[in-house]
Design a protein around this ligand. Sequence first.
Ligand SMILES: [Fe+2]
Length: 408
Amino acid sequence: MNLSLPASSEEIIEHLKNPKVIVASVALLAFIGIIRKWRKAKQFSIVLLGESRSAEKLYSKAYGVDINRFLNTAGSAFLAFQVGADESNITDILQKEFPSSAGTYLLLCGVNQLRGNNEVAKLMVEKAKSVEPASPWLQISPTVNELNKVFPPMVLEEVVKNSVWKATEESFNNLFLFRLKDGNLAIVNAINYSETLIAQIKSMGKVSHIISNTKFHYKYIERSREVFPDALVYGVPSHKTHPPSKNMHFSGYLDDKNPILKDDFTFIEMKGHDLTEFLVYHNSTKSIVIGDFGLCCVPNYANKIYAATFGIFPSSEPELKQMNYHLLQVKSLPALQSSLRTLFSIDVDRILPIHGGSVHSDCKGQLQRAFGWPLKLGTIDLLFLVVRSFMEKPGLLSAIMQAGKKKQ
Ligand SMILES: [Fe+2]
């Protein structure tokens, strides 16, 4: 037996210098790394952002369906519906896969409400109650008034004395009004103003600024100009290119290098995300307005189809959440992570979501629970989660291709 270690070591070193061995070793290490990353990605819920797969199991048990499969199926079917597929497509898919889930019928109720088929929507609620009379899904049933589209009057409600007010449109969209240091008013997120609301706002002073802080909110920009012709109207950079808003006239676009209203607000851009949303932080009241980047889930909101389709479960307490399709909207993870670190570093006393109720306690914890998930990921992790989304959301690719064709 040759125990001549130096000779053996030399042989080993020579052997390791062999290019084939080097390539094989690197490939093996890369393979092990990829397997580890894939296993990590498998532990992350792609339907309940921020939750683990084991938490998914608890939801599955409570809701009586495989929640990953249900939300992936419902989410991609709903996406296809939004880009033009017939609602019978969703009906077929859900009824075929989950015929005895109250969730199926409540989602179909939502789809029919969106299409204005109110009678069918009512039948769907009844069906949900009959298939699963004690299901937690029933928390997302619309109330009788919501089914009949009877909503509370759209009037201003004071949120912070003499500083911040809110008005709500059909339990869904919130407008926020801020008193500026110069005495004028700023509106964040215009809604479909009622005459009463216009009169109320006008009685309080001059509206000098109207801000739309997120990509998909532009619908009432033109009306805002008519109602408040002297106000400057600001959008976000993606309004310049998003087809429905690209020809609208904005006085300017929010830009963190050239901030507007510096004495009153700090605008935090959610960089690296498709919405190009700016969270609007009101310095003196420590209130932050969040648009489509997150929403607040309380039972009076959760009847909305978006909530149940995209992984937002109702809660008795106001709870900030992010819909699961945001996973696919990340364009630069490092940029988004940097914006989130800025967000988590500020002091927040209240969260004012454009959709849903306001949060008045544990605001920092709520922000971290809702938006902390990108900080737990690396770029390769994210890539794997996107791959998983395409693998696990049936019809997602064709829905995206349909949406692309529709844009052209
Ligand atoms: Fe929205």
